[in-house]
Design a protein around this ligand. Sequence first.
Ligand SMILES: Cc1cc2nc3c(=O)[nH]c(=O)nc-3n(C[C@H](O)[C@H](O)[C@H](O)COP(=O)(O)OP(=O)(O)OC[C@H]3O[C@@H](n4cnc5c(N)ncnc54)[C@H](O)[C@@H]3O)c2cc1C
Length: 413
Amino acid sequence: MICWLGGAPSPWGAPGLGMLRNAAMDFAPSLDEQAFRTSVRGWLSANLPSEPYPAEAGERVAYARRWARMLHGGGWAGLAWPREYGGRDLSPIEHLIFAEEYADVGAPPLIDIGVGPALTGPTLIHHGTAEQKERFLGPILRGEEVWCQGFSEPGAGSDLAGLQTRAVVDGDDLVINGQKVWTSYARYADWCILIVRTNPDAPKHRGLTFVLLDMKTPGITIRPLVEMTGVAWFNEVFFEDVRVPKKHVVGEIDKGWDITITTLSVERGASTPYPRLAKELDDVVAMGRRLADDTPKIADPRVRQRLAKLATEIHTLRLTVLRSVSQQMRTGRTGPEGSILKLLWSELEQRLMETASEISGAYALLDEHAPQAIDDGRWQYGLLWSRAASIYAGTSEVQRNILSQRVLGLPRG
Ligand SMILES: Cc1cc2nc3c(=O)[nH]c(=O)nc-3n(C[C@H](O)[C@H](O)[C@H](O)COP(=O)(O)OP(=O)(O)OC[C@H]3O[C@@H](n4cnc5c(N)ncnc54)[C@H](O)[C@@H]3O)c2cc1C
């Protein structure tokens, strides 16, 4: 049980949400918050899919589409989106309560629905035309259209503005040639948020354009890239004379960097997965107890100290999230906490998975296909996948650069 935001037992006697609104430490959650938690819990326990979460990537996307449709039907889609666009307009605190309950019941990862709800939707709400909002927001909320993100290129990742995929205006269309890489979900996506260079003579941040690309357009070739987990989420995407109507440009031609900044800040500020990490820590401890006679790692004082340290770090992470939410509610802005949080949770996830592997001993060598695999090979997969956490949405080095310059005021290196 990981419900720490009031209303349920807390392993550390954590304060409730009242403290975010009052200078005095009010540990009791408000009646509205309790009622909200109860309604989330009730709906999830009544509607959680009984079918197992599939292993194959395409089946996972199909599963995620069905689950997204159910969430929408239950009124649990677009929690932070304004009501006029079909959202719930919930507060950041209600968002956190939802995330806690969601992780606690082990609901399926929402990531498999692609970047539509998390990135495309908020970007269009800020910058889209009325026609674009009308066309795209509803299908995103209902899980009808999966989106991918065509930003990174072989020569442009951390330095995104250096991208070279070229587009020229031809009548009512843009014609695109070039290549993207690391495009998650591209094979399953209906649409792509894509950044292209429309003015190669302008300074690198000025000649970019942000477009919405139908992934069924002729001229697109997608090649899967297999990760070390054995799954091929990633893809290379090649464009050869791909035509995009100008009505699918977001903002203005050559002014796409402003739009991109919105998408990147939404991505970096995306909710920190501390409820999931807390649940995973509980599951690692449970696994250690189960294996105690077989692989007595859980009795090793060094391992126990690492588990205690991880528990402390997750608690620290949670408090930093609450501080960030508190600031957002008071000022409407977030500070550099986005970078602090990204650094904390991504590197913590890696340490958690390393500890899980150590506790599972020789079983850590078995993937989900081995009959003796522990927890369906979950910890082996988790260890391999966790390496990605400190790369996507801005690498650890980039986050440290941001913090050293904007918080510590150090000169650029
Ligand atoms: C799981 C996952 C999913 C992804 N999904 C997508 C997606 O759907 N769409 C998409 O467009 N991209 C996606 N990416 C790509 C991701 O955005 C890039 O990998 C990331 O931006 C880093 O870029 P790069 O790989 O080109 O590395 P580089 O930018 O080349 O960095 C290489 C190394 O140099 C370091 N470095 C770079 N610049 C600096 C600096 N100024 N100071 C100090 N160190 C520096 C980096 O930290 C890193 O260690 C995904 C990546 C992962 C891991």
